[in-house]
Design a protein around this ligand. Structure first.
Ligand code: ZN
Ligand code: ZN
Length: 377
């Protein structure tokens, strides 16, 4: 059953066909009624009764939930109520706009196809989309339009690798990935040429480890000058997520932070975790490299970060009169690729391949077709 579901939901085809993926969209919004309009190409309406109608840019289509069914209204005329609605692009380039009317939301545009069902009292909306079109949308949602062009290519490869290694995350709900940060942020179609080009120029490229398995392509905003071994943050040791020194991210927006913590709060946290420390409360610490435990307390920096909601685990401590001042470096967990460092490398002319190999030790960038080949072995 599971195998069947996977093969139905995710067409892991040869390169004769594009790879398509199913993304649950607007699922936390509980959409009851929406308008659909064609922005490019043509669309055919398929339901459990077969092909019902064709739409072009002039048509005004509304879908609304009526109990367990979806009523389709085109240009004020009802076409009937259906269990399944599939709006399939039939032109060579298709994209559409949807606007939720209940609840009222801003409109969004998407590439390729829209599938709709009723699930748990709401419309279940699935964007059935070419993998690379999806990747372009994710890159724009995740990093915006500011980074250098070469950077978009490596972010595209990272997002593609993540998507393909997480296709079962929402299978129970009937799609592969959601459109929120739980999976990857995705707000619909990218209209920015540099991002669309980057997704297309790296079409099919993914990152694999020495066993030809898709890697955990971890990234964070800024490492503060040194990235972190995976096992220091998560328990799992992955050979390609090694600590590297990074001089590229040192004068960026997220390079430094400060936070003042009162002595009672500082003392309370440390003594609650290590009762042997009462008189010898450490209030001073200076190190120019990352360490796991804070001095002799046997408390991991990760625990400080979590408890005090710090931007990173990489900080020095300076005593003040009634507080300690933490002076920190970087932003995020520090594992894998440092985004601000990678952006600087791209700006200095490094290629996406050089940058990926800098942050992920001993990985390979291969084409999906090769991945299929190894899978079949
Ligand atoms: Zn998700
Ligand atoms: Zn860095």
């Amino acid at each position: 059953m599971r195998v069947l579901l996977i093969s139905l939901l995710f067409v892991f085809s040869s390169h004769l066909h594009a790879e398509f993926i199913n993304i649950g969209i607007l699922n936390s919004k509980s959409v009851q009624k929406l308008s659909f309009s064609v922005r490019a190409g043509k669309y055919a309406l398929f339901t459990e009764q077969g092909k019902v109608e064709e739409f072009t840019s002039g048509n005004n289509v509304t879908l609304q939930r009526v109990g367990e069914l979806i009523e389709v209204i085109a240009d004020k005329k009802s076409l009937g109520k259906f269990k399944k609605v599939n709006l399939m692009g039939t032109g060579w380039y298709n994209h559409f706009m949807i606007k939720s009317l209940e609840p009222p939301l801003l409109d969004r545009r998407y590439d390729d196809n829209l599938r709709v069902k009723v699930r748990r009292g709401k419309l279940l909306l699935i964007n059935n989309i070419d993998l690379d079109n999806y990747v372009a949308g994710v890159v724009e949602a995740e990093v915006g339009r500011k980074p250098p062009k070469e950077y978009f290519k490596l972010q595209a490869i990272i997002c593609r690798t993540y998507a393909l290694s997480n296709t079962s995350k929402h299978l129970e709900e009937g799609f592969n990935l959601c459109d929120e940060v739980h999976c990857q942020a995705y707000h619909g179609k990218s209209f920015y040429p540099n991002i669309v080009d980057a997704a297309m120029q790296t079409r099919g490229a993914v990152i694999v480890d020495s066993d030809i398995k898709l890697i955990t392509a971890a990234f964070h905003s800024n490492c503060g000058g040194q990235t972190v071994n995976s096992e220091d943050v998560w328990t799992k040791s992955l050979y390609y997520l090694r600590s590297v020194n990074d001089t590229f991210c040192l004068d960026k927006r997220n390079s430094f932070w400060e936070k003042e913590i009162s002595i009672p709060a500082w003392r309370g946290f440390i003594t609650a975790r290590n009762s042997t420390i009462s008189d010898s409360l450490p209030t001073s610490y200076v190190s120019d490299k990352r360490e796991n435990d804070f001095l002799y307390t046997q408390i991991r920096f990760e625990e400080f970060r979590h408890h005090f909601k710090l931007r990173s685990t990489y900080f020095n401590v300076h005593p003040q009169e009634e507080s300690v001042l933490l002076k920190g470096r970087g932003y995020g967990h520090g594992v894998g690729l440092c985004q601000e460092g990678a952006m600087e490398m791209a700006a200095q002319g490094y290629s996406y391949s050089e940058i990926l190999h800098y942050y992920y030790s001993g990985v390979h960038i291969i084409d999906l077709a090769a991945l299929d080949f190894f899978k079949e072995e």
